[in-house]
Write a protein that binds this ligand. Sequence first.
Ligand code: NAG
Ligand code: NAG
Ligand code: NAG
Length: 502
Amino acid sequence: MTCERKFMSEVHSRRCSVTRFHFLPLIIFLVGLHAVEGIWPLPQTMTSSAERYSLDPQYFNFNYGRDSATQQGCSVLDAAFKRYFSIIFPDHISDKLSVFAERAALNAETVWGALRGLETFSQLVYQDDFGIFFVNKTEIEDFPRFQFRGVLLDTSRHYLPVQVILKTLDAMSYSKFNVFHWHIVDDPSFPYQSRTFPGLSSKGAFHPMTHIYTQSDVRRVISYARLRGIRVLPEFDSPGHTQSWGKGQSDLLTPCYKGGIPSGTFGPVNPASASSYQFMARLFKEVSAVFPESYIHLGGDEVDVSCWKSNPDVQVFMQKMGFGNDFAKLESYYMENLVNITSALNKTSIVWQDVFEYHERVMVEVWREGCYLCEVRRVTKAGLKVILASPWYLDLPGPTHDWVRYYTVWPLAFKGTEEQKKLVIGGEVCMWGEYVDATNLSPRLWPRASAAAERLWSDEKQTSSVARAFSRLQDFRCKLLRRGIQAEPLFVGHCRHEYQGV
Ligand SMILES: *[C@@H]1O[C@H](CO)[C@@H](O)[C@H](O)[C@H]1NC(C)=O
Ligand SMILES: *[C@@H]1O[C@H](CO)[C@@H](O)[C@H](O)[C@H]1NC(C)=O
Ligand SMILES: *[C@@H]1O[C@H](CO)[C@@H](O)[C@H](O)[C@H]1NC(C)=O
C-alpha cells in the first residue's frame, strides 16, 4: 500500500504503517494534575492506567517504524508529524534530537488511519500546573462506525474566505470528520471560477474579483484537506438553485411565461434544450478533473416546476417525449442525463433525497425533516446507499443550540435487514449559509458538530449516555480553544486556556 492510496477504506485494507513516538520519562510531580477527561470521539476500545509518563518536548519525536510499509517521504505523514508536534506542545518547536527511550506505538492499516491515531494520541497528552506534559499508559483500538462523516459548507449564500475554510478543515480533523461537502454554488452567487466558463463567476459571483474561488484556491483547499485525511466532495446543484448560473450563461435557464409572453424571469435549467446538456457535459468534465474525489454531488432538490409549466417549448418537449403532464418525468429525464454525464466521467453521483422519488442509480442524501428514518428505510429497501443529514442541520438560529439534540440521533434505528443497515454509509452536518458567514461559522459549528462526529465514529452503546458525554465534550471544547478554534460554550464553566481572540 502506498501513501497516496484513496481512503474510503479506512478500515478494510491491510496493516501497513507503523509509527513510533519516542519520549523520555522525567521525574514525576504529583501536584496540580489536570488529567484528561478522555478522547473525543470515543475510541472503540480503550484501557488506560494510572501509570503515567512525562513527555519532554526537547526529546520527543515521531518516527516511522522499521517494518512500516510507509516511510519518510510520505508527505501526508511527514506533514502530520510536524502539525501534531505543535498541537501537543503548543509553545515549542520540534528539534530532531533522537535519544532512544520510552516509546509508544501506533499501528494503522492506512495512512489515513494513522492520521486518526495521531489525533487520538494528541488528545491523550495533558499538562500539570508546572507545564509538564504527561501521557498515561493507554491501549486503544479504534475504527470508525461509519465511513462517510461529512460537513457541508455553503459558499453561495455567503462567501467564506479560503482561510476560513482551511480553519474549518483543521477543526474537522480534530473530530475525525473525513468529507468536506462543498456546496459551492447556488441561487445567490456563483463563486467557483470556471476555466471553461469564466462568465459564470465574473457575472454570477457577489464580486468578480474578491468573492470567487480561483483554480488555485480550489487546489489549495483540496490539498490542505487531503493532508488532514479529508475528501472534498463538490456539489453543483441543478436544475433548481441555479439563478446565479443564468447571469453568466444565457439560454441555460428556462424563460418563464405569463399570459402567453415571456415574463422576464427565469426558472430552473431548461431541460428541453440540447444546449443545456452540452453545457453541463463541459462543466462537469472540468469539475471532475479539478476535484479528484470519485463522487460528485448533483443536488436535484426543491425543483419548482411552475416555470417549466408556463414555457411553450417545454410543453412541446413534454408531448414529444410522451411525458403527458407529469413534470416529475421531465425532472427525472434531466437528472438521468446528468447521471449519465458524470458516470461517463467515472464519477459516482450523489443526489438529495428528492431525486430518489424517480431515480435509481445514485447514492441518496436524506435531508428532509419529519420521519427521516422512514425515508432511510425506504431508500435502503430499494438497495441504494444513504447519507443521513436531516438530524444535523446546525445552521438555524433559535432554540437549536443544544448539542444534545445532535448527539441523541440513532441512524440505524429503523426496521430493516442487516443488508439495509449496511447501506447507511454515514452522515453529514449541514451548515447552510443564509445566516452564516465568517463571523459566526466557527461557534455555530463547534462543538455541536463534534456531537454528530462522535455519533458517526463511536460505538453507539458506549456513547448513549448524554450525562457521561458532557464532561468529555466540555473538555474537548477546551482543547479546541487551545488549538485556536472559536468553539462556543456548552454551559457554565471555564477552560484553563481561554480563547484569546485574534
Ligand atoms: C493518569 O494518571 C494519573 C496519575 O498517575 C491518574 O490520577 C489519572 O486518573 C490517570 N488518568 C487516566 C485517564 O487514567
Ligand atoms: C442514460 O444512459 C443509459 C445507459 O446507457 C441509457 O439507456 C439512457 O437512455 C440514458 N438516459 C438519457 C436520459 O440519456
Ligand atoms: C473511465 O474508466 C475507464 C476504465 O477504467 C477508462 O478506460 C476511461 O478512460 C475512464 N474515463 C475517464 C473520462 O476518465
